[in-house]
Design a protein around this ligand. Sequence first.
Ligand SMILES: [Zn+2]
Length: 102
Amino acid sequence: MDTLTLIWLVSIVITIPVMANKGRSWLAGLGFGLIFGPLGLAIALALSASPEVTQRRLNAERLRRLRPGGDLKLCPHCSEAIKRAAIRCRYCCADVSAGLKA
Ligand SMILES: [Zn+2]
């Protein structure tokens, strides 16, 4: 196996999980790797994550911040996520200082 073939194969093997991690089809990763080799890997790395993956990551981050010890809480009036230290909801302008804990 010559060096170029090895580089091509490694590019394919890496491109597939990179594309899958960004919410793209593994088949597209295979195609990119097969056709473009290392350039396909570079394109896959430069691609942004799909909107679904981006939204899922944002939701996970929001849930992490809403856990006890996080910096967010839910407004008791409108259920929007607001800063834990807030005394007034930024969405519904309700007074949320009563829920303050030391
Ligand atoms: Zn509110």
